[in-house]
Ligand binder design. Structure first.
Ligand code: PSU
Ligand code: MN
Length: 318
């Protein structure tokens, strides 16, 4: 059982026991998504943003065969400064190997959801979820590269706060997949689906809620009557957003280059994010940084609102 591998930090354990708001944070964006020292700054700022909302942060990673829920400062910087290639990327299909290996592994959205749910956490913040990659379903040689994040959202009850599916993806196909798997997708404060680096993905969101309180109501009901997760999409802060056109050009070029270089599998997302950072002269890293910290703040507020309503009920057995 996953619970046998779980090490929940003191502060997080106490907060959960008291029914206080806790927000899970993932670690792949630290090890594979952003360069040092930006990654450590973002991880620290995200934890601070959760605390500023009144909730307790729980950054999750794998080390020494254990799933750590609530990294301390030393662990966070060990992960952020580890040499490239020395940290595994653990998703649901690769979590067991990462635990068996005994070294450091960062958890993606899917593995973070597994650990957070086992610990009893209902709210999780990330930058952008993985999804259906471009070319996964069509073209001469479909890759079938669909992130395990989507299946996890379909099965694990939890609110995942992000800035939209990552812009490198086939976003309409990703929305269709989420619909098929029964995952509500809520845009916060706007009708358009947030576009990760950009405020809008250029398509309407399946549904929207005006504010955190209204979002919390939908999430609370879903966690009681539905199964699986809810995806809450918050637009990147205006000041750091990439203009839609700049984003589209960089994403198109990076995607074509990745195909030409035959980059595939778990290496694809980190490769694309890195290439887009170069193509936009670092502007995409500023947007990515800002959206991650903003998501953490919103997740903190959501967890505060939910702590009240979830405390009043017991979750049905799964
Ligand atoms: N959000 C970011 N940067 C990232 C990620 C999210 O701003 O690097 C990570 C998440 O951990 C997500 C993963 O689960 O990218 C998706 O990887 P893949 O496409 O290989 O499933
Ligand atoms: Mn993949």
């Amino acid at each position: 059982m996953i619970i046998d591998r779980l090490d929940v930090g003191h502060e997080v354990r106490a907060a959960l026991a008291e029914g206080r708001a806790v927000v899970a944070l993932e670690s792949t964006l630290i090890s594979h998504g952003l360069p040092y020292p930006k990654n450590l700054e973002v991880a620290t700022a995200s934890e601070a943003a959760v605390r500023a909302s009144g909730a307790i942060p729980a950054t999750i990673a794998v080390h020494g065969g254990r799933l750590l829920v609530g990294l301390d400062g030393a662990a966070l910087s060990a992960l952020a400064t580890a040499p490239t290639g020395s940290v595994r990327k653990a998703a649901r299909p690769t979590l067991a190997a990462a635990l068996a290996d005994g070294g450091w592994a960062a958890t993606t959205v899917s593995a973070t959801m597994m650990a957070a749910h086992a610990a009893g956490i209902s709210v999780f913040a990330t930058g952008g979820i993985g999804g259906v990659h471009r070319g996964a379903l069509g073209g001469v040689a479909p890759t079938f590269d669909i992130s395990s994040d989507l299946e996890e959202l379909g099965r694990t009850p939890m609110a995942v706060v992000c800035a939209g599916p990552k812009a490198i993806l086939d976003v309409p196909a990703t929305l269709e997949y989420l619909e098929t798997r029964g995952v509500p997708v809520i845009a916060l404060g706007q009708a358009d689906l947030p576009g990760f680096y950009a405020r809008s993905a250029g398509i309407p969101a399946p549904m929207s809620a005006p504010d955190v309180a209204a979002t919390a109501e939908i999430v609370a009901v879903h966690l009681r009557v539905g199964s699986g997760g809810v995806l809450v999409c918050v637009p990147v802060p205006e000041a750091d957003a990439l203009p839609g056109e700049v984003m589209r050009e960089a994403v198109d070029r990076a995607t074509a280059e990745a195909a030409a270089a035959r980059v595939a599998g778990p290496a694809l997302t980190p490769w694309l994010l890195g290439r887009i950072a170069t193509l936009t002269d670092g502007a995409s890293v500023r947007a990515n940084t800002a959206l991650i910290v903003n998501d953490a703040a919103v997740a903190g507020a959501l967890a505060m609102a939910l702590a009240v309503s979830l405390a009043a009920t017991t979750r049905p057995p799964v």
